[in-house]
Design a binder for this molecule. Structure first.
Ligand code: PLP
Length: 395
């Protein structure tokens, strides 16, 4: 289980540091860092030597370990996009339905809605958190709305209490897109144990990776079973019967897909999971350190971190004045920055009009000033201190 982030920063910016930029510490500062546990290669080699490289015992073992981590009835799949698509199907979403989602996400969230045959409807975000604004949600609901997808941008949990309340009032299914939020908690509960469906991404640059992969979590075991069947063509793999010639006797009654995880990816996941708790703690420590030190830097606005949220810190977003100057200054000092993803409702595939986009003022305010600075557990204390000093020196 993850431990709470430490209360004290490791370092404080001396008051006089505002004008001075120190020497760059050794080592390139990466924006993303992919961690593969050293013993992952051993686990993968075992799978390869076994020659059972499809979905098998290692996927089951991985799911058991994810359950021990606090996720509800985890069903391992080959991506978060697949996890979202399966969740929508298991929730009964289909053609003619509308699904509400925020524009501040990766395009995969919207693509999953299209894959289910439904129409994406965009709701505004709160620019102070980059997450769905529960107050805007009711405005987007119509008689066709079936579900709402909530994204935890960067790993910061959205306001799930309020969103669940609106969803209850309007009979909507809540699906969490927790692609960024593995390890996050809300009111002390792990993300992945709260809403009817939660989808994680274990894609290559996430803070917890299998190379590619994902998982759907459902507190209701029947929903988890529905997702499990659909991840492999609608076939109940555990209980499938064979005739005397070895042929499967199928009576599939619902559409399914080929979305299962394989044992090679699960072996990487198992190795990385063993090493995850201290890595998460380190990310949270750096996140807190950034928050403490950047709170008083002119031109920087931190996002709001509600007390009920424990952040997974896949990303560290900031709102800055003169973003061009900020980005250039950091680049001159070897510090990469990124907007990571721009609002997805501008893609013609989602058929939004300029008038519809203009209604989303929170999104526009976030987009105008947002930028992300490096945050990962491979950053040394010296590198974090350097990043802080460069920002504090102004731009
Ligand atoms: C918010 C969000 N949702 C979904 C996805 C899709 O994840 P995957 O690549 O595992 O399908 C991503 C990927 O980066 C993402 O950032």
């Amino acid at each position: 289980m993850p431990t709470p982030a430490p209360q004290h920063a490791v370092f404080s910016l001396p008051r006089s540091s505002a004008a001075t930029v120190p020497q760059a510490p050794p080592g390139k500062i990466e924006f993303f860092h992919t961690h593969i546990a050293p013993h992952a290669s051993e686990r993968v080699a075992q799978v390869l030597h076994s020659t059972w490289v499809g979905e098998g015992p290692v996927v089951r073992h991985f799911e058991q370990e994810l359950a021990r981590w606090g996720l509800a009835h985890p069903v391992a799949v080959n991506s978060c996009t697949a996890a979202l698509h399966l969740s929508l199907l298991a929730a009964g979403v289909g053609p003619g339905d509308e699904v509400i989602l925020p524009p501040q996400t990766f395009i995969a969230t919207g693509m999953a809605v299209l894959a289910a045959g439904a129409r994406p409807v965009f709701a505004d975000i709160d620019p102070r958190t980059a997450n769905l604004d529960p107050d805007d949600l009711p405005r987007r609901i119509t008689p066709r709305t079936r579900a709402v997808i909530v994204v935890h941008w960067g790993g910061l949990p959205a306001r799930l209490d309020r969103i669940a309340q609106v969803a209850r009032e309007h009979n909507l299914v809540v699906i969490e897109d927790a692609a960024h939020a593995f390890g996050a908690r809300y009111h002390g509960r792990p993300i992945g144990s709260i809403s009817p469906f939660t989808c994680f991404s274990f894609q290559a640059i996430k803070h917890f990776t299998c190379g590619d992969g994902g998982v759907v979590c459902c507190p209701d075991p029947e929903l988890a079973a529905a997702v499990r069947r659909r991840r492999w063509f609608g076939i109940d793999r555990e209980n499938v019967r064979r005739n005397r010639y070895g042929g499967r006797e199928l009576a599939v009654s619902e559409p399914g897909l080929k979305y299962h995880m394989n044992d090679i990816a699960a072996a990487v996941g198992l190795a990385n999971l063993e090493a995850f708790a201290p890595r998460l703690k380190r990310r949270q420590q750096i996140g807190q350190w950034y928050r403490q030190q950047l709170a008083s830097v002119p031109g920087v606005e931190l996002l709001h971190l509600p007390p009920e949220c424990q952040h997974a810190y896949w990303l560290f977003p900031l709102l800055v004045e003169d973003r061009d100057g900020f980005v250039e200054k950091l680049a001159q000092h070897g510090i990469p920055t990124s907007m990571v993803d721009t609002r997805i409702d501008t893609n013609p595939v989602f058929g939004q009009t300029p008038q519809q986009r203009e209604q989303l003022q929170g999104q526009a305010r976030f987009e105008a000033r947002q930028i992300h600075i490096p945050l990962h557990d491979a950053l040394s204390d010296e590198q974090v201190e350097y990043i802080l000093r460069v920002i504090a020196s102004g731009w």
